[in-house]
Design a protein around this ligand. Structure first.
Ligand code: PGA
Length: 253
């Protein structure tokens, strides 16, 4: 059986100034110092990245960004290029979060360009996909996800995608307190792994980490993480407080 190292990732969204972020990771560094089996990542806002990177020096906590532009440089007011994230100390970048799709006009096509650009810059994309409640109710979950995956990964092959992380985040579960049940999440993750085997290759499908996201909290994390195809979590609200986030990282015991 393939062993995939779990990744517990905190998406801080538009929370925390630089100083607040530093304070959080100072506590977090100590709290998760013993979490060897589980990889930990935090994605602060852009303005806190360099301060957090400095604070994390020597720790095993990885740094991620929440978004980026696909172009390397140019007249794109307000955007951040992949190399800027790398030089700020990022290893990961979240791409295509449903809030980006919903509020900022991101599409499968822009997500695809961003994944290409992130990989070219040596960043590991955390590629977010998920269905709305209406789509789930209409029985369209798998078809919606298949389309997001195929469009998002267009033009990429398994050799390019070794560092790709997928995050399945049902939109109806994000920030709502409504989590997918363990079985609902497992059903989708197993489906996604089969899809990866079909469109890429089976070895990559078996090693690729597929995270679950949407109202993960200390009360539900253990059950979710016990499912065979869930390889970690992308956490919003419950990642902001270091004590709570540390409980998620320590879901095993
Ligand atoms: P939530 O957010 O944990 O607050 O539901 C998850 C996410 O948006 O990544």
């Amino acid at each position: 059986m393939t062993t995939r190292r779990s990744l517990i990732a905190g998406n801080w969204k538009m929370h925390k100034t630089g100083d607040e972020a530093v304070q959080t990771v100072q506590q977090l560094k100590t709290l998760v110092a013993d979490a060897g089996d589980v990889e930990v990542m935090v994605a602060p806002p852009f303005t806190a990245l360099t301060q957090v990177a400095t604070t994390l020096a020597g720790s095993t906590i990885a740094l991620g960004a929440q978004n980026m532009h696909w172009e390397a440089k140019g007249a794109f007011t307000g955007e951040i290029a992949p190399a800027m994230l790398v030089s700020a100390g990022c290893r990961y970048v979240i791409i295509g979060h449903s809030e980006r799709r919903q509020f900022f006009g991101e599409t499968d096509a822009t997500v695809n360009r961003k994944i290409h650009a992130a990989l070219a810059a040596g960043l590991s994309p955390v590629f977010c996909i998920g269905e709305s409640e209406a789509q789930r109710d209409a029985g369209q979950t798998f078809s919606v996800l298949d389309k997001q995956v195929k469009n998002g990964l267009e033009g990429l092959f398994s050799k390019d995608l070794q560092s790709l992380v997928v995050a399945y985040e049902p939109i109806w579960a994000i920030g709502t307190g409504k989590t997918a049940t363990n079985d609902q999440a497992q059903e989708v993750h197993a489906h996604l792994r089969r899809l990866m085997a079909e469109i890429l290759d089976n070895t990559l499908a078996q090693t690729m980490r597929i995270l679950y996201g949407g109202s993960v909290n200390p009360g539900n994390v253990k059950g979710l993480m016990a499912m065979p195809d869930l390889d970690g979590a992308l956490v919003g609200g419950a990642s902001l407080d270091p004590e709570t986030f540390s409980q998620l990282v320590h879901y095993q015991g």
